[in-house]
Design a protein around this ligand. Structure first.
Ligand SMILES: *Cc1c(COP(=O)(O)O)cnc(C)c1O
Ligand code: SF4
Length: 439
């Protein structure tokens, strides 16, 4: 049996494997971790990182911050400030740098919070008609942190950077009042950091809601701590609890985040997948495409093939969001399309359930379909206004190498409505539960 042991930035010296790094690399980790959260654990260190390949190893890049995640200016300011500034000025510098990194892409905190009987339901997001996101207050952390994570502001101690819900009852009431909602997606952080007893408080009341069809749990625990489902003392209790979801006639979807196939090549990860499937859970997989971590055709085709072989269903290939170190992790849209297509073309039909490359933004999730002579063909898979979903539209690049939707401009007036921004929705008070969604 393996015991979970996590390491934060103050425990770097206790990680024996880091003896391999030189003084400069250690300093980089410390400086970048002033801005972004850092956390790793014994399973990742001992099983997922190939230390002969550091610093280029994908899982090392995934877990350990590196210098290029900051601009040179920010890096130098921090390095200087750490030695020369007083505590208060240094804290302010950190705060200002964080604010400059677009900590709330897609309006995570302000937008799409549903209303019920005039009350705002904190810690929930109802953006797309059928699905509501719920952020349990007990899942505001993960078994380790990913360097690229767009949720990074939730893990640092900045007031106003968090969103969380303490109780499930308001959600249950909201679901009963809005029976067209078919899916609840529990997210975080990672809901699988919760003990079965706490998770049960969130999960069991949902099973009583007749109109609810699907419960999804977004998690990276299959990568970062698969022991949760295999050897942890509470694993039987956890599997029994999760088994109740399908026994209650609902679909339980584990939305597993895998960035690289090495994450599910350990025996314990495969046993975790097996144990979840045995209790009736469906495992769907998703990940962003990241430079320095998984930006190769073969990584994706191997990843999808192995996932299908293990009984998982490939779901999304995302592009890294416009926050934090996007400048470091994002490929151009052109490269992303090339990698997605190349990988799909190498795989059998069952792998082709993976949709991508997809950008998740304020107004919706948009899929890049094609690029021809600088004309970008796109479609929203989800849109705030569901009438706009699944219609193709066109854009052109605003610059040489578009990497994100903001780098694209409307191709011609016919497509103007696809480029409306969230502010247009806010001005019209378009909000689920508040007034009906009519534009
Ligand atoms: C991605 C996302 C969903 C789920 O979308 P699906 O296409 O159903 O997977 C729901 N709500 C928000 C806010 C999202 O970002
Ligand atoms: S596990 Fe998910 S939420 Fe946690 S740091 Fe990684 S990407 Fe972010």
């Amino acid at each position: 049996m393996s015991k979970f042991k996590s390491y934060n930035i103050n425990q770097l010296d206790k990680i024996p494997q880091l003896m391999l790094l030189d003084h400069r690399q250690m300093e980089d980790i410390r400086i970048v971790s002033e801005i972004y959260p850092f956390k790793t654990n014994n399973y990742v260190l001992e099983n997922l990182i190939n230390w002969t390949n550091v610093p280029d190893d994908p899982i090392f890049r995934l877990n350990f911050p590196h210098k290029e995640m900051l601009t040179e200016l920010h890096y130098d300011q921090l390095k200087w400030g750490m030695r020369n500034m007083d505590e208060v000025s240094y804290r302010n510098l950190i705060h200002d740098i964080r604010l400059s990194l677009n900590p709330h892409p897609a309006g995570q905190v302000d937008h799409n919070t549903p209303y019920f009987l005039g009350e705002k339901l904190e810690g929930m997001q109802h953006k797309y008609r059928n699905t509501i996101l719920f952020f349990p207050s007990h899942s505001q952390t993960c078994h380790a942190y990913c360097t690229f994570c767009f949720r990074w502001p939730q893990f640092v101690n900045e007031p106003g950077f968090k969103m969380q819900a303490k109780e499930i009852d308001p959600l249950v009431a909201y679901l009963r009042a809005n029976p067209y909602i078919s899916d609840v997606l529990l997210t975080g952080g990672d809901p699988m950091v919760m003990s079965p007893r706490i998770l049960a408080n969130y999960l069991l009341p949902l099973l009583e809601v007749k109109s609810l069809k699907v419960i999804r749990i977004g998690t990276k625990s299959l990568s970062y701590w698969p022991h949760k489902f295999v050897t942890d003392p509470e694993k039987d209790e956890l599997l029994q609890l999760l088994g109740k979801v399908s026994a209650a006639g609902k679909h339980l979807a584990i939305m597993a985040h895998f960035n690289h196939y090495v994450e599910f090549e350990t025996a314990v990860a495969q046993e975790a997948i097996f144990n979840l499937r045995k209790i009736g859970a469906e495992i769907r997989t998703q990940a962003p495409l990241l430079r320095n971590i998984n930006n190769k055709v073969r990584i994706w085709s191997t990843m999808w093939e192995r996932q299908v072989q293990l009984g998982c269903v490939p779901y999304y290939m995302f592009l890294p969001r416009d926050t934090g170190a996007q400048h470091y992790f994002a490929e151009s849209l052109e490269t992303a399309l090339h990698i997605y297509r190349g990988a799909v073309q190498l795989t059998g039909g069952l792998c082709r359930t993976a949709r991508g490359p997809v950008m998740s933004m304020t107004t919706g999730k948009v899929e890049l379909l094609d690029i021809e002579d600088d004309v970008y063909q796109l479609r929203f898979l989800q849109h705030r206004n569901s009438a706009l979903a699944f219609k193709t539209f066109r854009a052109r690049g605003r610059n040489e190498q578009p990497k994100w939707f903001d780098d694209l401009a409307c191709h011609d007036e016919r497509y103007r409505e696809f480029f409306a921004d969230q502010d247009d929705y806010d001005r019209n008070e378009v909000q689920y539960g508040n007034i009906s969604l009519q534009l």
